[in-house]
Design a protein around this ligand. Structure first.
Ligand SMILES: CC(C)(COP(=O)(O)OP(=O)(O)OC[C@H]1O[C@@H](n2cnc3c(N)ncnc32)[C@H](O)[C@@H]1OP(=O)(O)O)[C@@H](O)C(=O)NCCC(=O)NCCS
Length: 146
């Protein structure tokens, strides 16, 4: 059974490892530890049989929500876990006053772009060479309230 809940201090190591499997420049355990206590951030994990299998979160900056660290363990993909976590993030993010949500995604990342479009995000531009290892353009996506 999948349990989706807020990131806690005890999850920090596992979340760092999970992010390290998906991203070439992952955030450090210290970065995640900071988020646990940050009142402007909402970070979530999905737990299955005591194992952390997904993470994602948002930081509220002047009513704009910056979404980061969206990852589902490879073996658990395609089961709607990211969708369910994002819907919870929107519900609780709206309640904390976020009006518009934004994120960056590698232009070649078709599964993630499809996920975000399904959730109402649209591309508002390209940031050239935003990513390293390998160098790649970022698509800047927004999900605006209006
Ligand atoms: C992107 C990612 C988070 C999706 O997680 P997930 O739990 O598998 O996603 P869901 O099961 O909720 O899928 C929701 C929608 O995303 C899209 N999607 C997911 N996987 C897809 C794939 N392999 N190909 C195309 N579309 C895909 C589909 O639109 C899907 O809706 P559908 O099932 O009705 O077709 C996951 O593939 C992942 O962790 N990728 C590696 C890390 C990453 O790239 N993160 C994004 C960084 S910006």
């Amino acid at each position: 059974m999948i349990v989706i809940r807020r990131l806690e201090e005890r999850d920090v190591e596992a979340v760092s490892v999970l992010n390290g499997t998906a991203f070439s420049m992952p955030w450090s355990p210290e970065d995640f530890r900071h988020l646990v206590a940050d009142e402007n951030s909402l970070y979530y994990v999905a737990e299955e049989d005591g194992r952390i299998v997904a993470s994602l979160g948002v930081t509220n900056v002047l009513s704009e929500g910056n979404i980061n660290n969206v990852v589902v363990e490879e073996a658990c993909r395609g089961r709607g876990i990211a969708t369910e976590m994002m819907e919870l993030l929107f519900k609780e993010g709206d309640a904390m006053g976020i009006t518009d949500y934004t994120l960056e995604v590698r232009v070649s990342n078709a599964p993630a772009i499809a996920l975000y479009e399904k959730l109402g995000f649209v591309s508002e531009g390209i940031r050239p060479r935003f990513y390293e290892r390998p160098t790649e353009d970022a698509m800047i996506m927004w999900r605006r309230k209006r």
